[in-house]
Design a protein around this ligand. Structure first.
Ligand SMILES: *[C@@H]1O[C@H](CO)[C@@H](O)[C@H](O)[C@H]1NC(C)=O
Length: 243
């Protein structure tokens, strides 16, 4: 199931709930009901909900990435990560029973990063130098986020959900780099070097992926919390009473 199909559901459920069943707080099936609602709303969610001030997270705009170590200087500016809205949900666990619960979210997708790059140094033994447009395609990127889900009160005393202290891990199956204008456009040098870089993609991704994934996770958590901050729990769950 892709996020795209599922998001429409939660959105409709929340905002024109008349024909879609709301989850009941006292329902034995509460967890699977919530799960279904989240699945139903994810893809809509990744596109953003302007009415609630929830920004689109496809693409995710990334801060500049600067790597300087192991004899290699690499900078990515104006970077954007595309692909979240076509990711698949691989794990989802959410409880809303008490004031502090666990929340797990896993997703997997093919992501592509576009940026202006600047590279100078060596990959292993091979010199590399250039600047221009970069496209980095990462296949089957799987991200697992583990977080605490707490209840916080708004100024009117209504409880909202909030994700705090998220942890995450990730895995990437393979990556291909396309760096335009390596060596000032010297084709032969560029091709040789690029194919070497692609054979040794892990070397580059070990530096590149952590700052990128960190920002993606932070953006996703922020968007979810924005959404939670706008919708009280009682509005999401029938039968939920603020204590
Ligand atoms: C990523 O792309 C590959 C090749 O097109 C495809 O087999 C795979 O299912 C895709 N992965 C996801 C998570 O969509």
């Amino acid at each position: 199931m892709t996020w795209q199909f599922v998001t429409q559901g939660l959105y409709l459920f929340l905002f024109s709930a008349s024909f879609i069943k709301k989850c009941h707080f006292n329902d034995k099936e509460l967890e699977s009901c919530i799960r279904k609602q989240i699945e139903n709303s994810l893809s809509r969610f990744t596109k953003g909900i302007p009415e609630l001030g929830v920004p689109s997270i496809d693409p995710v705009q990334l801060d500049d990435i600067n790597i300087d170590g192991n004899g290699l200087k690499l900078k990515f500016a104006e970077a954007a990560m595309h692909g979240l809205s076509n990711s698949k949900l691989t794990d989802l666990k959410v409880d809303i029973g008490s004031d502090e619960e666990d929340f797990n979210l896993g997703f997997k997708g093919n992501m592509s990063l576009t940026a202006k790059y600047n590279i100078d140094g060596k990959i292993l033994i091979l010199p590399i130098k250039g600047d221009g447009d970069a496209v980095v395609k990462a296949n089957n990127v799987e991200v697992n986020i583990q977080s605490k889900l707490v209840h916080v009160k708004d100024s009117k005393g209504r409880s909202h959900l909030k994700l705090i202290t998220p942890n995450y891990k990730y895995d990437i199956q393979s990556t291909t780099f396309d760096l335009k204008n390596l060596f000032n456009g010297n084709k032969e040098l560029a091709e040789t070097t690029l194919s070497f870089a692609n054979e040794n993609w892990r070397q580059l991704m070990d530096d590149l992926a952590p700052p990128a994934i960190k920002q993606i996770v932070r953006t996703v958590i922020k968007a979810i919390n924005k959404f939670f901050s706008k919708i009280p729990i009682a509005q999401m769950l029938e039968g939920y009473k603020d204590s």
